[in-house]
Design a protein around this ligand. Sequence first.
Ligand code: PAN
Ligand code: ZN
Length: 185
Amino acid sequence: MNKILEPEITFINEQLKGKNIDKIDRRLKDLKDIFFDKDALSNMDNDTIVYEVESYLPVKQNTEGGLFYGITYIHPGVVGNEYFMTKGHFHKIKNRGEFYSTLQGEGMLILMDEERNTWAEKMFPGSMHYIQANIAHRTANTGDTILSFSAFWPSDAGHDYATISEHGFSKILIKKDNKPVLADR
Ligand code: PAN
Ligand code: ZN
């Protein structure tokens, strides 16, 4: 075989293009269980977009041995004093890791192990993050502009959202004196 092919996807000028790019958005109405301050939440527009994800899923979900790629864009904002953030999840197959790499903006990658120890890593353009197996992960935008990052994960990993939806992380990331602080709930 001697064929030179075009790549299936490109990411040029911050634009992911190609066939089969899956796009989703998550609005406040989809995230009611994750934010701590329910009063603040009830005074905000339900339709506000908190984050968007563009994914390239070249194989079927749950395929063993494949990889997925996605870019997450988290808008700037707070609910009460908690930064806009993703739902967060363990992988359904818990022992599947993941790479994140920050493109634009500033934020925090919040991590929690199965004993519910929670910590965070700073995200800034060029920061790389290896999320180990068995670790729940969530990202928050702590800046005034969009936080965007690339993610690479195994196609059989799946997402367990229920555990976080029910129990949350053991700490929340709040804005205190204009700075992000990991606080007990
Ligand atoms: C990421 C996340 C993405 C959105 O691609 O799926 O940032 O966060 P939630 O999935 O928690 O809503 C990833 O970690 N994939 O495994
Ligand atoms: Zn993940």
